[in-house]
Design a binder for this molecule. Structure first.
Ligand code: ARG
Length: 246
């Protein structure tokens, strides 16, 4: 009798463990976001943790899918290749929708409107508008729209950096004349560093979206639904107030 009970319990335990193992093995229990956590307030490090506006959106997507969010931090420049190599499920990295990128990935609905701005030293009287960048050296982040615009300008020396903060350091040290980068990160960098100012730049408006692998309709739809729900529930406005309050 006793032995029988024990055997039963063991059987239940074994089957249970096997079933759980199968569930974990079959359905992936986490979803992988690729990002470049050098872009406050969209994605940045607080201690060892990666936080920010994009991370909160990604958390909401993971929750909708019933999965756990895993974040891979890498160079901005390699995100699309890593996505297409299957190492990421999506890219949430303040990424601007661009025709050239649309050939490589599918974008969700846009969740943020931005633009490029110019950062110069506070005492700089030389550079007031975009035109004044002629003959100057301008730091940008590698692989970004800022790099694209500046490298297309004639007579402007375009200097790519792996991180926006490195470009700003060279600006502070007088090695370059200006930095061109997205508006919100620019504001944060200038607030964190004495002696800099932000100028309006004549660049077009940009729309940020989340990128998925081409043809990953299911995930794109889940992301779009999540974005719509964040809007209608008022959560988006809450997040906006939290990260972009003046
Ligand atoms: N919006 C720009 C782009 O798409 C810059 C994005 C940079 N993002 C980052 N996480 N470093 O090219």
């Amino acid at each position: 009798m006793k032995i029988n009970k024990l055997l039963k319990a063991l059987a239940v335990l074994t089957i249970g463990t096997l079933l759980m193992g199968m569930m974990v093995g079959c359905g992936k229990q986490y979803i992988v976001m690729g990002t470049n956590a050098e872009f406050e307030p969209f994605e940045y490090r607080e201690g060892t943790e990666i936080v920010g506006f994009d991370v909160e959106i990604a958390e909401a997507v993971a929750e909708k899918l019933g999965k756990e969010l895993k974040i891979e931090d890498m160079e901005f420049d390699s995100l699309i290749a890593q996505l297409n190599a299957g190492r990421l499920d999506f890219v949430a990295s303040g990424m601007t929708i661009k025709p050239a990128r649309e050939k490589q990935v599918d974008f969700s609905d846009s969740y943020f409107t931005s633009k490029q701005v110019i950062i110069v030293k506070e005492e700089n009287e030389d550079i007031k508008v975009g035109e004044d960048l002629k003959g100057k050296s301008v730091g940008v982040q590698l692989g970004t729209t800022g790099e694209e615009y500046i490298s297309e300008e004639e007579d402007v020396e375009c200097i790519p950096f792996n991180k926006g903060t490195l470009a700003v350091m060279d600006l502070v040290n007088g090695k370059i004349d200006a930095v061109v980068i997205d508006e919100e990160p620019a504001k944060r960098m200038v607030a964190a560093q004495k002696g800099l100012k932000v100028l309006e730049a004549p660049f077009v408006e940009e729309k940020y979206a989340i990128a998925v692998k081409k043809g990953d309709v299911e995930l794109k739809e889940a992301i779009d639904e999540t974005l719509a729900e964040l809007q209608s529930s008022g959560k988006y406005d809450e997040m906006y107030a939290k990260y972009f309050a003046e």
